[in-house]
Ligand binder design. Structure first.
Ligand SMILES: [Zn+2]
Length: 218
């Protein structure tokens, strides 16, 4: 009986701790993989709860769900971008990456380039060695693709209409080796930020259907 009483007491303490935003922000959502696939509704409720508490991964998933999966349509309301921005602000790199590509898709090249610099940890002159690579982008792209599949797995996503005019669509870089992976690496060195964002946009939009740029608002 003592055991039950103490178990109940520790459960209550645990519940109290877990409902505090402080703990919610630090729960590792990635560890809940079994719940994710076996108890969809419960997992969804946990994500929502943790997103409300500011958990970066939960904000990332909740943001993607709004941007890529709401009502089975590609619709990006401000709430989706806000969730992603919240995750990005907490240092979630894949969220920064997705925000950058959404900005590019909406025709805002300057913001897009700024986000990708942040992903790569560069300033305007490139990394510490003066190069512009997509080393971190490659990781973020894989992570974002998996997360988009996760939030859209049981949702019929309507293909979004092709954007009216993408910035500098069709212009080809003539610099030798620009963006071509070197040796054993899976990332390349780019001659400019324009080339890098264009490359990332082409790669990511081939993997997931980016929302209609007219609907992306901030
Ligand atoms: Zn180039």
């Amino acid at each position: 009986m003592d055991d039950i009483a103490s178990a109940r007491a520790s459960c209550r303490a645990m519940h109290a701790a877990c409902t505090e935003g402080f703990v919610g922000r630090r729960v590792a959502l990635e560890r809940e993989a079994a719940m994710k696939w076996n108890e969809r509704e419960r997992y969804g409720a946990v994500v929502e709860h943790l997103a409300a508490a500011g958990n970066p991964e939960a904000c990332f998933l909740a943001g993607l769900a709004i941007v890529f999966a709401t009502d089975g349509q590609c619709y990006a309301g401000p709430a989706g971008a806000q969730c992603l921005a919240r995750a990005a602000k907490a240092g979630h790199k894949a969220a920064v990456y997705v925000l950058g590509l959404l900005r590019y898709h909406a025709g805002d090249e300057e913001d897009a380039a700024m986000y990708l610099r942040q992903v790569e940890g560069e300033d305007a002159a490139g990394n510490a060695a003066g190069y512009m690579t997509n080393r971190e982008c490659v990781q973020c792209r894989a992570q974002a693709e998996a997360a988009v599949r996760e939030v859209t797995w049981n949702v019929i996503v309507e293909p979004s209409p092709a954007p009216v005019a993408l910035p500098k669509e069709g212009s080809r870089c003539t610099a030798a080796g620009c963006g071509v992976p070197q040796g054993w690496s899976n990332y390349g060195v780019f001659c400019s930020e324009d080339c890098r964002i264009r490359h990332e946009h082409a790669q990511f939009s081939a993997l997931v259907s980016l929302p209609d740029s007219n609907l992306v608002h901030y």
